[in-house]
Design a protein around this ligand. Structure first.
Ligand code: ZN
Length: 220
């Protein structure tokens, strides 16, 4: 979204990304890189990142390398949909709109390649600020391309694995933390049942009720 540089420009060297990876590891954590094009994805892989965000121009060769190296991809779709929708309010220039629009079809095809090659796909939205209640749209956008079940697994089990919490989050199992939501439909048939905040009826966080729409009371 920067105003003058082309989408195809490569903006970090492998050495720079590797320095970030080295420092992150010394803190016991890891690096995500936000990248759209193949050269930037390969630079990120050369440098040892744990996760690639967007991955718009994914092809089979890049996907196979990602799988072989145990790296995750977070397609991160919501932010560009939101920016295109709110283009005037957000003050977006024609050049920026052209960049956003050029990505739309490419990234849907990229996600199909990821599914086909078995890439570990997690979930994130790039949404910041006062619109956090739109995070569910990430499910909607993803499900439209790869189906409801894959979108749900990405947002739960695979994301728990990405963040190193597979032992206590991501699936409903004895011994895991009881973070659960009840919704008014089956998201395998109707993804909006989970994507739309108004349809979430009941929220358990760490085994405690933090939202109960059914009785309009909540305890924390
Ligand atoms: Zn991003």
């Amino acid at each position: 979204m920067s105003p003058t540089d082309p989408l195809e420009s490569v903006q970090f060297t492998v050495d720079e990304i590797r320095a970030a990876v080295t420092v992150a590891r010394s803190w016991g954590t890891y690096v995500h890189t936000h990248c759209h094009t193949r050269p930037t994805m390969h630079n990120a892989l050369d440098a040892g990142v744990r996760c690639i965000e967007h991955g718009t121009d994914m092809d089979e060769e890049t996907a196979d390398r990602i799988v072989a190296e145990g790296v995750f991809v977070v397609p991160t779709l919501s932010v560009s949909y939101d920016l295109l929708q709110a283009r005037e309010a957000a003050g977006i220039t024609p050049a920026q709109i052209a960049k956003l629009e050029s990505m739309q079809g490419r990234r849907d095809e990229g996600m199909r390649v990821m599914v086909d090659r078995g890439v570990k796909m997690a979930s994130g939205s790039d949404i910041v600020g006062p619109v956090q209640d739109r995070r569910g749209r990430e499910l909607t956008h993803k499900a439209a391309v790869i189906g409801n079940e894959r979108a749900l697994v990405a947002a739960t089990r695979t994301t728990a694995e990405l963040i190193g919490r597979a032992d206590d989050l991501g699936t409903v199992e004895v011994g895991k933390i009881a973070d659960l939501v009840l919704t008014d439909g089956n998201p395998l048939d109707d993804i909006e049942a989970l994507a739309a905040p108004s349809r979430i009826q009941y929220v358990l966080q760490g085994g405690r009720v933090v939202r109960d729409q059914r009785s309009a009371t909540a305890t924390a």
